[in-house]
Design a protein around this ligand. Structure first.
Ligand code: ADP
Length: 292
């Protein structure tokens, strides 16, 4: 398998690449990560079962589209394939572990706002919100059917879909239907379609040793930019400098504070579907707060 991956890299770069050194990189939630090095270059490789190839194809497409906005640093995708029982994605290696000073976080905020403001990639004839393919959030499918109305998209393909999975898992959300019926009123702010990262928790944002802010491991689609900002606040928040940079570049719209909870409910329901535990009671509390 590693020989096939090395051959793939050689083909893409036009330069013979032979793996001299390979080490496992920890920190991933879903896949096994590796740093593979030749004489002078290093690449980052993630592996999963061959059946998961579409997940890597969607990740590579998301990284490519984010890269093409020329706004925020993401690892450049180099290739996706299968070898034997495994699927792999290869991307540029980035040396993380920068100190993450104020300046870098401000820049991350500014760059993200620029990505959100860039013209989103929408295939001809498609408008509004969605994406070219379905992808995954964690390992849960994320449905991206193009929909012109944002509230309809979020109610059906985000919350509605997670509620459906949660019920199958035994979750009881008696107020789910009432909440879904309220979504058009809660999301009546007419956001412009933005390319979003889609899974922007702290583990998916990092600073390189050179001080460059990077976002990685996306669950990309075209949606309301506020979903990204809401998620940064879900598990403790990013440094204040990040929000300063973001708002300097493109300030958040009025009412974001109310919508945030609804947007983050999606991720809590997904956590229930992935991990169970107490996430159903957390989701229930959030629903009650939103409906209050
Ligand atoms: P998973 O898809 O399993 O969640 P991630 O994409 O989050 O995996 O990657 C796992 C870890 O590997 C990250 O937290 C980060 O430390 C490291 N990593 C990810 N991408 C790169 C990269 N391009 N270069 C160097 N290290 C990386």
């Amino acid at each position: 398998m590693w020989t096939e991956i090395a051959t793939h890299i050689s083909k893409v770069t036009g330069k013979t690449f032979e793996i001299q050194n390979r080490r496992s990189v920890s920190g991933g939630c879903i896949n096994q990560g590796y740093a593979v090095s030749g004489d002078s270059e290093t690449y980052f490789v993630k592996l999963n079962r061959a059946s998961q190839i579409e997940m890597f194809e969607a990740e590579a497409l998301g990284l490519k589209q984010m890269l093409e906005t020329n706004t925020i640093r993401v690892p450049k995708p180099m290739g996706v394939g299968t070898a034997g029982d495994s699927a792999y994605i290869v991307m540029e290696w980035l040396e993380f572990g920068g100190s993450g000073n104020t300046q870098a976080w401000e820049e991350m905020g500014r760059n993200l706002a620029q990505m959100h403001r860039a013209k989103p990639p929408q295939p001809s004839g498609k408008q509004g919100f969605g994406w070219d393919v379905n992808n995954t959030i964690g390992s849960t499918p994320q449905i991206n059917s193009w929909t012109s109305d944002w509230a309809e998209f979020f109610a059906e393909h985000r919350l509605g879909y997670q509620f459906k999975l949660a019920r199958r898992r035994g979750g009881q959300f008696p107020e789910a239907e009432r909440l879904l019926a309220q979504v058009p009123k809660l999301l009546d702010h007419q956001p412009q379609p933005s390319l979003v990262h889609g899974d922007l928790w702290g583990g998916n944002a990092a600073i390189t040793k050179l001080g460059e802010p990077v976002i990685l491991d996306p669950a990309t689609y075209v949606g309301d930019r506020e979903v990204d900002i809401a998620m940064t606040e879900l598990f403790g928040g990013f440094p204040a400098a990040f929000y300063r940079g973001y708002n300097e570049e493109w300030s958040l719209d009025e009412g974001y504070g109310q919508r945030k909870q609804l947007y983050n409910l999606y991720h809590i329901l997904n956590h229930f579907n992935l991990f169970g535990g107490g996430y159903d009671s957390q989701a229930t509390r959030m629903i009650e707060q939103i409906l209050r």
